[in-house]
Design a protein around this ligand. Sequence first.
Ligand code: FES
Length: 110
Amino acid sequence: MQAVCTIHDIEDDSAREFQVDDQPVVIVKRDGQFHAYLNWCPHLGIELNFMPDQFLDSDNQFLICANHGALFEIESGDCLSGPCSGDALLAVPLEVREEQIWLGEVPQPA
Ligand code: FES
């Protein structure tokens, strides 16, 4: 695993992108918990965002794909609505150790 940032680098109900092993990874914080996903929409296999670090919908309830509006549950990455409904974001293993966020191997899309 590799340390990517500290827990203070991401505010609650927000997300940030990091390059990990040359792959774009989104780390999102919700209720004090961190979740990491490959920045890759299962609909067309393209990045979710147009603007840097803009990954949440207007209510900060879901991860959103800016391309066609798919909504993903923050905790699971499951697509709840949109063209890839029933599919899911690819999760990246994440651990918090002494205020550092560590990420494991970044998955490759099939
Ligand atoms: S590319 Fe993400 S919803 Fe179409």
